[in-house]
Design a binder for this molecule. Sequence first.
Ligand SMILES: [Zn+2]
Ligand SMILES: [Zn+2]
Length: 299
Amino acid sequence: MGQIKAFTPKSQFSSGMVWYFAIFHGLALLAFFPFAFSWSAVALMLVLNWMTASLGICLGFHRFLTHRSLELPKWLGYCFVFIGTLALENGPIKWVAQHRMHHASSDTNQDPHSARKGFWWAHMGWMVYRHPEHHNPFRINRYAKDLLDDAFYVFLEKHFIAIQVVFGLILFAIGGLPWVIWGIFLRVVLVYHQTWLVNSAAHTFGYKNVKLKNDLSTNCWWVGLLAFGEGWHNNHHAFPKSARHGLRPWEVDMTWWTISLLKTLGLATNLQVARLYPNRNNEYFNGEVVKGEAVRPAA
Ligand SMILES: [Zn+2]
Ligand SMILES: [Zn+2]
């Protein structure tokens, strides 16, 4: 009797993804040639960068949809998720599913971008060498089944590329080539790296507030600043449902500022917020041992 081998699918190299990333990075570099430069394009890029990275990805895709750490009126939730779709990081369903896979088994073989496979793997290698399981449509649907009944999310999932093309045409009509190069290509590439640094640098450099078993997540101050608060990633792994990621006084969390404003306006409700307490040796500020309480709803 022959031995039955466990089926372990291997990662597959995707030359299409390499071309895609190369072309986008190449077109982004055109921003620094005089023919593609205008000050209005720079301003547009900065505004769109904040909108798509912080409002779209951090707030919409991540804290609202993936972790349900706050509730929003339906129309406002749709607005943030639509803006997130403009980041061109897939539609909301695949994004949410793969991020939930990451939390379900962080830094193991089941994690789509385990940092144990190295910085570059976690940063972008996992999208170039695609693992069939992590990109399997059935598995994706299973991890994001709460989104499948929503026709708007399904629409965004199907058409996120067409939406970007239409957005690019609108920018071209208003501001010409500089608005397309800065508002689409440079902005998308920068938001990519801002997001990817959370998976790479914030699983490699920095300190931990909470010790977690078999988990490499860190609080990395410069990713905290660049990625609008998402770099306080050890806090986030410790308390995934917390709408607030920066928990110490210096842990600047710009996305939390927006959520706080929405709360003040009565638009964000049922917020879940984590708090950190020092242990009895007062080991709060050495970043080594901090006892975190369980997440509980904010007052
Ligand atoms: Zn992580
Ligand atoms: Zn998360």
